[in-house]
Ligand binder design. Structure first.
Ligand SMILES: C=CC1=C(C)c2cc3[nH]c(cc4nc(cc5[nH]c(cc1n2)c(C)c5CCC(=O)O)C(CCC(=O)O)=C4C)c(C)c3C=C
Ligand SMILES: [Fe+2]
Ligand SMILES: [Fe+2]
Length: 327
């Protein structure tokens, strides 16, 4: 029987400093995320970052937390449920879908155990990262392989490496924009803000930047936008190193001075709304743009559990599992 492991980054269990600390410790200890030499990074992480950042970041999580929990977790659970229903319709039989997070819980190990307990022997691993980066997708690969390392019987498994130009993804993003524009009209500029990574990762072969630019170009084409009607930027910079530019926060501060007073902003690298979209973009971004003289700032939600997003995820699973469905 085949099943699906739906993977995302993970999130703290609660919006308090000790939960955030536990989450950040696991996340920031992954060498795929921060690749500095352990001799330099470990003392900095344990001595400085984990003593100062958790309390600060816990406050940010509190500002976006929902009654049911962390938005990323709530949305991930909805995606899991809807994907299972969609696959049942698409395949004509029950397909187990388990959730596994790279950091925090449920872990990748929890997700894989749940699939095994349901008799799954062929697994499609679907990381919810449209653009490949060593800091995300490769860490999912490491995590799954790390869990399977101690198993006597290996499942057969395949992983969706990326889907940054999948027609259903591009169309779903474009539809999320036109839903707003059809009712409320177009802004001066559409910003597509992707999560950043250190520029060095790109120079060392990570295709992430090129994939982001291609996603953006295709969305702009689908929306029939002129060159001055859209722009790419990169958010969520961490640390002192140079990251991908232009930085979203700096761009938002400079646009009103260039006469761009009304922007719509979307975050195509995120399959679910989370701290980075709800706080950094929706709260912080709005404040800096309006403060710099901007007049209208609208945030386009992530694809979340939209029907056309779920159809895309089901199609990605179908494409990977073709040879398995007959057996
Ligand atoms: C330290 C370096 C980081 C890299 C490289 C990085 C890449 C990266 N991250 C996402 C998606 C998400 N990141 C989220 C939070 C988050 N990211 C970093 C750092 C790096 N990310 C930190 C330290 C945090 C935690 C918050 C903070 O302390 O600022 C989240 C949100 C989680 C949530 O709970 O809501 C997501 C999702 C991508 C797609 C990516 C590379 C492409
Ligand atoms: Fe991140
Ligand atoms: Fe952030």
């Amino acid at each position: 029987m085949f099943g699906v492991l739906l993977v995302n980054l993970g999130t703290p269990d609660a919006p308090d400093a000790s939960s955030v600390r536990r989450f950040l410790k696991q996340f920031l200890s992954d060498p795929r995320v921060v690749d500095l030499s352990p001799w330099i990074w470990k003392p900095l992480l344990n001595g400085v970052i984990l003593n100062t950042r958790p309390a600060k970041v816990a406050k940010l999580y509190q500002s976006i937390w929902w009654d049911e929990g962390s938005p990323l977790m709530v949305i991930s659970k909805r995606q899991r449920e809807k994907l299972a229903a969609e696959l049942k319709t698409l395949c004509g039989f029950e397909v187990p879908v388990a959730l596994g997070m790279s950091y925090g819980s449920p872990s990748l190990s929890d997700g894989l155990d749940s699939l095994t307990a349901q008799g799954v022997d062929n697994i499609v691993v679907l990381p919810l990262y449209p653009q490949y980066s060593c800091s995300t997708v490769a860490s999912v690969f490491d995590g799954v392989a790390g869990v399977l390392k101690s198993r006597r019987r290996l499942p057969e498994w395949r992983m969706v490496r990326e889907y940054y130009r999948h027609p259903l993804y591009i169309r779903a993003l474009a539809a999320s924009v036109t839903r707003l524009w059809d009712i409320k009209g177009k802004p001066d500029r559409l910003l597509m803000s992707f999560h950043g990574v250190p520029l060095r990762y790109i120079n060392e072969g990570d295709p992430y930047q090129a994939q982001c630019l291609e996603t953006a170009r295709l969305v702009a084409k689908e929306l029939k936008l002129g060159n001055d009607e859209w722009q790419v930027c990169f958010q969520s910079r961490f640390g002192k190193e140079e990251w991908l530019t232009p930085y979203t926060d700096e761009l938002l501060e400079s646009l009103p001075g260039q006469g761009v007073k009304r922007v719509d902003i979307m975050c195509p690298a995120f399959a679910a709304d989370c701290l980075e979209t709800l706080e950094e973009i929706a709260e912080g971004g709005q404040e800096s743009f309006l403060h710099a003289g901007g007049e209208q700032y609208r945030v386009i939600p992530c694809l979340n559990d939209d029907d056309d997003h779920i159809r895309l995820l089901a199609e990605l699973v179908r494409e990977q599992s073709l040879g398995w469905q007959l057996g």
